[in-house]
Ligand binder design. Structure first.
Ligand SMILES: Cc1cc2nc3c(=O)[nH]c(=O)nc-3n(C[C@H](O)[C@H](O)[C@H](O)COP(=O)(O)OP(=O)(O)OC[C@H]3O[C@@H](n4cnc5c(N)ncnc54)[C@H](O)[C@@H]3O)c2cc1C
Length: 429
């Protein structure tokens, strides 16, 4: 079979890898000049490794991607560490990533700490998300954890991330976040780019084709069982099409899709946020020991500060320190049209306040924008997800809107790519 995969992120790459292994002819079409999608990596002269445009790590229970690493002979490239996660409270960073750190956190009284511990333990042991998708995250957090803990810890994070959508986020989304989290985190030697490169190489070796900087501008059905894809002045006919691009982009390419099934119509109503990171490369650390800082002070213009070089050693990046400042934003937000320098001007006083007087020089700035990077899991989201096999013949759609109840992640992109490939060849897993 000739199969077109539109989108060269982890879903598209894994699907293409699975299909070429089974002997199918696969072409990947990727609009950017690089592969990896939201997990793409960049590098600079003097750096030994790549680093992602948006902060990335794996959990030790991310079994699908860990198996893929093993399958590709990259098992020894997995690094496991336990970096510090903290929260900013009243301008001070408090480690908040274990039962002991919760009990020493001064922002909550004993009863609130106890209720928060019960909340987290309940979500960790509760194996079912279904009963939680009918209530909101806010209802769950307030009813079990209490109002004080909600206001101090959860509200700034929930509202900072989802903005106007925060009151609509289902409790099942929060369940998934707590269920999945492991105390230790993993990274891939050389960055996620190592895995992207390994997938690229094996797809080519298996006879696949990868076209980057290629925007598909039309998909036309040319017979009962074939489609012609057009890009630039080129055309090619395929037996199957797998779209792994965000839903709004897929619907633009195939406008009939939303009207084929009421769940496809429901999918078009799912709100998405854009992700944006400002990355500072500095000669000294901005955060002293902390890897991940949740900014619970809503006067700050960013949601998290992530010091990548407090997780991976700075020697892999020319001895420089790398820190992300990240946000999730609605499409059209003014930050999304700013340059890195303009964003830095807005963020600078706040970044400075995190460095506790350490002097650092900014050597480079980078900026990353991930469009449609976070679907909002509203109540009863499970009823809005259509099947990957669309009602249109030989056409499949698989993107992060489909991985519910889990939140987006490369592990689920790998799983989804495998699922889509197996559906295409009609072998279900
Ligand atoms: C801020 C942030 C932090 C994250 N942190 C983590 C983390 O720590 N760990 C983790 O595992 N995951 C993390 N993720 C999630 C992870 O990056 C994604 O779940 C995963 O990369 C999604 O892969 P995908 O292939 O489904 O989609 P994408 O990566 O979005 O790939 C879709 C691809 O389609 C391409 N495309 C779009 N339109 C077209 C078109 N018309 N024609 C051709 N190509 C097109 C895009 O350029 C892109 O390459 C994070 C994501 C963000 C945004």
């Amino acid at each position: 079979m000739d199969i077109a995969v539109i989108g060269g992120g982890f879903t598209g790459l894994t699907a293409a890898y699975t299909l070429t292994k089974l002997g199918h002819r696969v072409s990947i079409f990727e609009k950017e000049s690089f592969l990896g999608g939201l997990a793409y990596g960049f590098t600079f002269p003097g750096w030994e490794w790549h680093m992602e445009g948006a902060y990335h790590h794996l959990f030790t229970n991310d079994n699908s991607i860990l198996s893929l690493l093993q399958d590709l002979g990259l098992k020894d490239d997995l690094i496991i560490k336990r970096p510090i996660t903290a929260s900013l409270w009243h301008s001070v960073m408090y480690q908040l990533d274990s039962p002991i750190s919760l009990f020493t956190f001064p922002g909550l009284g004993p009863v609130d700490k106890f209720r928060t511990a019960i909340l987290l333990a309940f979500l960790k042991v509760m194996p079912f998300w279904q009963p939680l998708e009918g209530i909101t995250a806010e209802q769950l957090l307030v009813s079990i954890g209490g109002k004080n803990a909600f206001t101090t810890i959860w509200e700034p994070l929930l509202y900072g991330k989802f903005g106007e959508y925060a009151p609509k986020v289902a409790a099942s989304w929060f369940w998934a976040r707590i269920q999945k989290r492991t105390p230790s985190l993993c990274y891939i030697r050389g960055g996620f780019h190592t895995l992207v490169e390994a997938l690229r190489a094996v797809i080519i070796k298996n006879g696949g084709t990868i076209l980057t900087s290629t925007v598909i501008h039309s998909v036309k059905r040319t017979s009962a069982d074939s489609y012609t894809l057009s890009w630039g002045s080129n055309k090619q006919t395929f037996d199957r099409i797998l779209l792994t691009i965000p839903t709004p982009a897929a619907f633009k390419l195939i406008p009939d899709l939303p009207s084929t099934d009421k769940r496809y119509a429901a999918l078009s109503a799912i709100p998405h946020l854009f992700a944006q990171t400002l990355i500072l490369e500095t000669d000294a650390p901005i955060l002293k020991d902390v890897y991940w800082l949740n900014v619970t002070d809503r006067s700050f213009p960013f949601l998290a500060a992530v010091a990548h070089t407090n997780f991976m050693d700075k020697t892999h990046y020319g001895g420089h320190h790398l820190t992300y400042f990240g946000n999730y934003l609605p499409q059209g937000h003014r930050y999304l049209s700013m340059t890195a320098q303009e964003l830095l001007k807005e963020f600078r006083p706040f970044i400075h306040s995190l460095s506790s007087g350490t002097r650092y020089k900014i050597l480079h700035t980078h900026m990353f924008i991930g469009p449609f990077a976070q679907p909002v899991h509203t109540r009863h989201y499970s009823q809005k997800i259509p099947p990957i096999t669309t009602p249109l013949p030989s056409t499949y759609l698989a993107n992060m809107d489909f991985i519910y109840p889990w939140d987006r992640g490369t592990n689920y992109a790998v799983e989804l790519g495998q699922r889509a490939a197996n559906l295409i060849v009609k072998k279900t897993i």
